[in-house]
Design a protein around this ligand. Structure first.
Ligand SMILES: Nc1ncnc2c1ncn2[C@@H]1O[C@H](COP(=O)(O)OP(=O)(O)OP(=O)(O)O)[C@@H](O)[C@H]1O
Ligand code: SF4
Ligand SMILES: [Mg+2]
Length: 331
């Protein structure tokens, strides 16, 4: 993992997030359990994992939408973790979000222009200056400037996601949290939106926290990746290493599960995945002391149930597995 420099756009350290309150919440495992990463300007960090692994919860904690139980979030070196809302709103322009579903994230009763100028008002930008910025943001995502006068229902799904990206960009942010931004789109629209995001990142030096359940999509945009299971980091490193030579059995399972466009290849992958002997997500609950992947793991031994494996360097990735050196035997 890279160390913090003044150039770090977003730094997350030892993040713990719980839902609920009281004794019952303390007895339930946290949704996010000790996660650390950092992202440099112009860099994309992919955050992948199965449904319920805690990806969106990390996004919400970074955005200040859910308070962490422990850990820190720093934006350009400034600790924003527990900043009062009023003070934090000054940083809100630097840190913006694009959600999966462009249908529900845009207000159907407002024109696109009204939606785009709203965050600018909080920054004190109003009137013609705000309208000009909104039109420029729409043009930067490939939509005509007059799109500002139309309503969300007048756009396709891909166009609406472009509007959501324009809304995120209109305040000139430094960091974007992208929570499954292309999952609701068909494959060709996905490719267009991913290309657009890559261009915008490179033009503006944006840092992306790119959340996805599909490693294939992450591979397109990310330089580094964090693989999450039950709120814990299983593996992290350069995206090529993690996807092409995974060191954690869970990453092997995720790689085999990544969707591919050709049905024959998909069937071959499904057969290969079944041959690995890796259990399904519904497998029995893990013991709190050991590795969370024990009930599903074909490589598990006694030590796996007794000791939680720390993240350790294996080649150029960091992996939380006692037997990472044996993972290649799964292939
Ligand atoms: N508002 C909430 N209240 C209680 N528990 C929650 C809440 N939101 C999420 N959780 C739980 O926290 C865990 C992590 O959920 P989260 O939504 O972060 O997962 P995710 O990786 O984003 O999944 P998905 O791929 O389905 O979006 C899950 O066990 C989920 O049930
Ligand atoms: S620590 Fe053990 S149970 Fe966990 S992933 Fe590695 S081999 Fe499997
Ligand atoms: Mg989610």
């Amino acid at each position: 993992m890279s160390t913090l420099t003044t150039a770090t756009a977003l730094e997350v350290r030892d993040l713990v997030v719980r839902y609920g309150s009281g004794r019952r919440a303390r007895q339930t495992p946290p949704a996010v359990d000790g996660v650390s990463f950092d992202i440099a300007p112009g860099e994309t960090l992919g955050l992948v994992g199965e449904s319920g692994s805690g990806k969106s919860t990390i996004g919400k904690a970074v955005l200040g939408l859910h308070p962490p139980a422990a850990g820190t979030v720093r934006l350009h070196g400034q600790d924003v973790t527990r900043m009062p809302l009023k003070q934090r709103s000054r940083h809100a322009a630097d840190l913006r979000v694009v959600f999966q579903d462009p249908y529900s994230s845009l207000n159907p009763a407002r024109t696109i222009g009204q939606t785009l100028v709203e965050p600018l008002r909080l920054l004190g930008v109003r009137g013609p200056a705000a309208n000009a910025k909104a039109r420029a943001a729409l043009e930067s995502v490939g939509l005509p400037g007059d799109a500002a006068d139309r309503y969300p229902a007048q756009f396709s799904g891909g166009q609406r996601q472009r509007v959501a990206i324009a809304r995120a960009l209109v305040c000139d942010p430094k960091v974007l949290v992208l929570d499954e931004p292309v999952s609701a789109l068909d494959l060709s629209t996905q490719a267009q939106v991913l290309n657009l995001l890559a261009d915008l990142r490179d033009q503006h030096g944006l840092a992306f926290l790119f959340i996805a359940h599909d490693l294939g999509v992450v591979r397109f945009l990310a330089q580094r990746v964090v693989v999450l299971y039950r709120g814990q980091v299983m593996e992290t490193g350069p995206v090529e290493s993690v996807t092409q030579a995974p060191r954690h059995p869970y990453t092997v399972a995720l790689t085999a599960a990544a969707p591919v466009p050709r049905p024959a290849e998909q069937a071959a992958r499904r057969a290969a995945r079944e041959a690995l002997g890796i259990g399904t997500a519904g497998a029995a609950k893990p013991s709190p002391t050991g590795c969370p992947f024990v009930p599903r793991c074909p490589l598990a031994t006694e030590i796996c149930s007794q000791q939680r494996p720390p993240l350790r360097q294996v080649d150029d990735t960091h992996t939380a597995c006692h037997h990472a050196e044996r993972t290649a035997t799964l292939g």
